[in-house]
Design a protein around this ligand. Structure first.
Ligand code: COA
Length: 261
């Protein structure tokens, strides 16, 4: 078992070359702060360079969450320019995951909200454990998804269902995620990694160069121009009173009182 050391991640590889990358901030439901984003970027670089790693499973530490989103405490103070920069930063890390030359499988073991759903959607396939909850609740914070969610969710579940989910900030449980194609499988709690290893093993019987080119070719058909608009709109919203109110309300554990400004 080979492993790399990070503050907020675990990256361990078994003797078959299947690595498990765990987001490890369970006391904050694995929320994506800037350290997690920096370390994810570094982890993908390690994965690309390390010939012993042939496929990667991404999951969350603890029993409650895959990832509960971008860290709202860090978002709360952003202005327009910083907001757009933050969105571009998150998008860049998730592009690195989406374009990774080795198969990336998300095992969604609890809440996958906001950046958590966006991280899962950047992976090549998704397995939901029975307690998985997908959602893009950003409008409830006076924001929009900023790490690619407005672009990838319509690709995976269709525009209408994606629009409903984004505009209501509603949630999708494991079975519905499977029926819409957002997740390929639903597995009992604690069994997702096993299933992911089974699928990864099937992939790894094939030529590694072919796998990497297949990922590249499939991704090529889904390159869309909307990511930069998403980042700009995310930045614009950081200047609104609704954004300050929405994020402050979350941190103060109360309901937001939006004024539409
Ligand atoms: N950013 C920062 N901190 C977060 C977080 C996030 N996205 N999600 C959870 N946390 C923190 C909470 O503030 C809390 O910290 P505390 O113990 O220091 O108060 C801790 O994680 C546990 O979360 P809590 O809200 O108490 O758990 P819960 O079981 O009552 O609710 C959720 C779980 C996932 C429903 C709730 O945490 C939630 O709505 N999170 C935000 C989801 C979101 O809007 N994500 C999009 C962000 S752009």
């Amino acid at each position: 078992m080979k492993s790399y050391t990070f503050d907020t991640l675990l990256l361990e590889t078994d003797d078959k070359g299947i690595a498990v990358l765990t987001i490890n901030r369970p006391d904050k439901l694995n929320a994506l702060n800037n350290t997690v984003l920096d370390e994810l970027e570094q982890a993908v670089k390690n994965i690309e360079k390390d010939d012993e790693i042939r496929a990667v499973i991404v999951t969350g530490a603890g029993e409650k969450a895959f990832v509960a989103g971008a860290d709202i405490k860090e978002l709360n103070t952003l202005n327009k320019k910083q907001g757009e920069k933050q969105s571009v930063r998150g998008q860049k890390v998730f592009f690195a995951i989406e374009n990774c030359s080795k198969p990336m499988i998300a095992v969604v073991n609890g809440y996958a909200l906001g950046g958590g759903s966006e991280l899962a959607m950047a992976c090549h396939i998704r397995i939901a454990e029975e307690n998985a909850v997908f959602g893009l609740p950003e409008v409830g914070l006076g924001l929009i998804p900023g790490y690619g969610g407005t672009q990838r969710l319509p690709q995976l579940v269709g525009k209408s269902r994606a629009m409903e989910m984004i505009l209501t900030g509603g949630q999708m449980k494991a079975e519905e995620a499977k029926s819409t194609g957002l997740a390929g499988y639903v597995e009992p709690q604690g069994k997702g990694v096993e299933k992911a290893k089974e699928i990864a093993s099937k992939m790894l019987k094939n030529g590694p160069v072919a796998l990497s080119r297949a990922i590249e070719a499939v991704n090529s058909g889904f390159r869309v121009k909307g990511f930069s608009d998403e980042a700009e709109l995310f930045g614009d919203l950081c200047e609104t009173e609704d954004f300050k109110e929405g994020t402050s309300a979350f941190l103060e554990k109360r309901k937001p009182n939006f004024q539409g400004r």
